[in-house]
Ligand binder design. Structure first.
Ligand code: AMP
Ligand code: MG
Length: 368
C-alpha cells in the first residue's frame, strides 16, 4: 500500500507561515509609517498550531514603537489559550475526561454533559439538519474504520461500510434537559459515536473572539490552522490579508482581504492517503461512508460566525460543486471560494472583489 500522509501539524505551520507573511503586522522601521507592534501568542491545541495576534486597544500608526506594550493584552492572550485548552478537554474524542469520550463509551446509556458541550452539540445538530446531513457529527465510526484517527489507513470492505453506516445518523442523537438549570443529558444508540472535529475550531475561534472583545481588543487575527477570524481592521485601518491555500498546501491560490470576518477552509490535502492511485481524504460523505470524492479540492467559507463557516466548509466539501452552489443560492448568508480539479476556482459574488487569485487559476464569479 502506498501511503502519503502529510500531518496536519505541518499544514498548519505552513498556513501560519503564509499568514505571517501576509497579515501585514508591521515592524518598527519596516514601512514608511511606523506600525504598532502586535502581541502574539502561539500554542498547540486540538491537534493544531494556533496563533492569536492582537494589538493593544488604541494602537494606531505613528505611535512611538518604543512605547511599552500593554501587559494586559498578553494576559488576555493567555486567557484565550487557557480557554481553548479547557474546550479541548470537554470536546476531544481522545481525552478520557471529556464529555465526548464519555458519550462514545456510553453503551446506549444516557450521559450528563457540560452546558457548553451541550450548546455546541445543539448548534451542530441544527447545522447537520440545515445541510441536509452533509455535515454529520456521528460519522466517527467511519472515520475510525478508514484509519483517519490513528494514521493506520485502510480501505474498508463494502460490507463493513454498510454495517458502519447503520451506526450513523445525526437525527438519532438525543439531547435533553429536564428543567432549565439542570444538567443536559445526551444519549446515542449503542456503538454510535460523536466527533465535533468539523466544528470545534470554529466554536473555539468565536470563544477566543469573545474573550478579546471582553478585554477591549478590537484589532486581532485569530488563526487556528485553517480557521481564521479577523477582528476589526489592522491598526492603520486597512484590511487583513488571508491566504487561501492551493491544493498542494504549500502555495496559495489567492489572497482574501477581510475585516470582521471568519475565513475557514476544509481541504482534501489536510489529511489523506493514497491507495492504488486513488486519493482518500479525511472528510467522509455520510451518505456513502466513503471519503468525499467529487472533484472539489478545497472549500473556503466566509461569514461573521466562525462556527457556521466551519460547519459549512465541511458540508460543502461533501456536497460537491453543483449542490454547494445551489445551497448557497438558496441561503446566501455566507460566501465561498471553491477550488476544483483542473485549477478552477469558483468565488461567490459577495467576496469576488476582495479575492486576488494566483494567475495559475481560472476564476469564475458565481452569482445568485
Ligand atoms: P474540517 O477540517 O472542519 O472539514 O473537519 C473534518 C473533520 O471532521 C474530520 O477530520 C473528521 O474528524 C470530521 N468529519 C469528517 N467528515 C465529516 C462529516 N461529513 N461531517 C462531520 N464531521 C466530519
Ligand atoms: Mg469544518
Amino acid at each position: 500500500m502506498k501511503i502519503k500522509y502529510r500531518r496536519l501539524f505541518a499544514l498548519t505551520i505552513n498556513f501560519l507561515f503564509l499568514l505571517l507573511c501576509l497579515d501585514g503586522c508591521g515592524r518598527p522601521g519596516s514601512g514608511q509609517t511606523q506600525q504598532p507592534v502586535p502581541h502574539k501568542l502561539t500554542f498547540f491545541a486540538m491537534d493544531t498550531a494556533m496563533t492569536v495576534t492582537a494589538y493593544d486597544p488604541g494602537d494606531e500608526p505613528g505611535k512611538d514603537p518604543s512605547s511599552a506594550k500593554d501587559p494586559h493584552t498578553d494576559d488576555t492572550l493567555a486567557l484565550a489559550r487557557d480557554y481553548t485548552a479547557k474546550l479541548e478537554n470537554k470536546l476531544s474524542v481522545n481525552i478520557e475526561s471529556s464529555d465526548i469520550y464519555a458519550v462514545n463509551r456510553s453503551n446506549g446509556e444516557e450521559v450528563a454533559i457540560d452546558d457548553e458541550t451541550a450548546s455546541l452539540i445543539e448548534r451542530a445538530l441544527e447545522l447537520c439538519e440545515k445541510t441536509g446531513g452533509a455535515l454529520d457529527i456521528t460519522v466517527y465510526p467511519l472515520t475510525r474504520a478508514w484509519g483517519f484517527t490513528t494514521g493506520v489507513y485502510r480501505v474498508p470492505g463494502e460490507d463493513e461500510i454498510a454495517g458502519l453506516l447503520k451506526l450513523t445518523g445525526y437525527n438519532r442523537v438525543r439531547l435533553s434537559q429536564d428543567d432549565p438549570g439542570k444538567p443536559y443529558s445526551i444519549s446515542v444508540d449503542k456503538d454510535m459515536m460523536l466527533d465535533l472535529g468539523a466544528v470545534a475550531k470554529g466554536y473555539a475561534a468565536e470563544a477566543i473572539a469573545d474573550i478579546l472583545a471582553g478585554n477591549g481588543i478590537n484589532s486581532a487575527l485569530i488563526s487556528l490552522g485553517g480557521n481564521i477570524k479577523a477582528i476589526g481592521h489592522k491598526p492603520d485601518g486597512s484590511d487583513w490579508n488571508v491566504a487561501v491555500l492551493g491544493p498542494d498546501s504549500s502555495s496559495y491560490a489567492g489572497i482574501l482581504k477581510v475585516s470582521d470576518l471568519s475565513v475557514v477552509t476544509s481541504g482534501g490535502y489536510e489529511r489523506y492517503f493514497e491507495e492504488n492511485g486513488r486519493h482518500y481524504c479525511h472528510i467522509i460523505d455520510p451518505f456513502t461512508g466513503y471519503p468525499a470524492d467529487n472533484g472539489i479540492l478545497s472549500v473556503t467559507v466566509t461569514a461573521r460566525d466562525s462556527l457556521l463557516c466551519d460547519a459549512l466548509s465541511t458540508a460543502l466539501f461533501v456536497m460537491g460543486r453543483d449542490k454547494a452552489v445551489e445551497f448557497w443560492q438558496n441561503d446566501p448568508e455566507f460566501d465561498f471560494v471553491i477550488i476544483t480539479e483542473g485549477n478552477e476556482i469558483l468565488v461567490s459574488e459577495g467576496i469576488y472583489d476582495a479575492f486576488s487569485p494566483d494567475p495559475a487559476y481560472r476564476v469564475t464569479c458565481v452569482k445568485k
